[in-house]
Design a protein around this ligand. Structure first.
Ligand code: SAM
Length: 221
């Protein structure tokens, strides 16, 4: 999987998320031991950089399709990174990381406290169908003072080079024209995040890329 990084056909997935790495360095400044999650790994460009910046007692949980995670975790293990925990999804039409996040939250709710992550980087399907559920569960899974970073805040089906109706006519059967045109991640953030007084936006001192939105969960919870 990691050998794909830098190849022209994978150029859109080859650059690690500078914002995600900045958030990690910010939380590592304050804590000796952190647990983070990446929801949607691509070809591992950000994941491998996360691993390079995590210590032996830190943990990273990964969410994506099972086959993708098997390949990526094999590569990471070969590089000596063993503090990686994969949560794979099947390719069933309606399956996604939402189910894995639900199962994880249920497990930790039963154990007493679902707030296990210092940082979650949500960069998966970018559709309201998956990401409204994912955001709601990530809010439960985040520790007080933790960070939730949304990627592709402005992404739409219409502007996607691969999923626009000309390239992929099926999408007009799956989603309404409003859903194809309005940025789905923006919709999720507007409704589930901006309305929540326990979360505030953070711009990383003005450094945050405008295609991403970062929220910090209040300490006082
Ligand atoms: C844009 S890529 C992630 C890029 C990565 N975070 C990075 O920084 O390089 C989106 C990922 O979300 C995953 N994804 C999309 N829909 C999914 C679904 N329904 N279930 C599981 N994973 C999904 C894709 O397989 C892909 O790896």
């Amino acid at each position: 999987m990691l050998e794909r990084i830098g190849k022209p056909e994978f150029s859109s997935l080859s650059t690690p998320s500078a914002d995600a790495l900045l958030v990690l360095s910010k939380i590592k400044e304050k804590k000796d031991r952190v647990t983070i999650a990446e929801v949607g790994v691509g070809i591992g460009a950000t994941t491998v950089e996360f691993c390079r910046n995590l210590g032996d007692s830190d943990k990273i949980y990964l969410f994506d399709f099972t086959a993708t995670l098997n390949e990526l975790c094999g590569d990471l293990s070969a590089l000596g990174y063993e503090n990686v925990f994969p949560f794979g999804s099947t390719r069933h039409t309606y399956d996604s990381y939402v189910w894995q996040l639900l199962k994880l939250a249920k497990h930790h709710l039963n154990a007493g406290d679902p707030a296990i992550f210092d940082f979650i980087y949500l960069d998966g399907a970018h559709t309201f169908l998956h990401d409204s559920g994912a955001a709601a569960i990530c809010k439960l899974l985040l520790k007080p003072g933790g960070y939730l970073l949304f990627d592709d805040y402005n992404w739409t089906f219409m502007s996607s080079p691969t999923l626009n109706p000309e390239k992929k006519p099926e999408v007009t059967g799956w989603y309404s024209s409003e859903q194809l045109s309005y940025p789905n991640v923006r919709m999720v953030c507007e409704v589930l995040m901006d309305s929540d007084k326990n979360y505030s936006r953070d711009t990383l001192g003005g450094k945050l890329n405008p295609s991403r939105v970062l929220y910090r969960k209040s300490d006082a919870l």
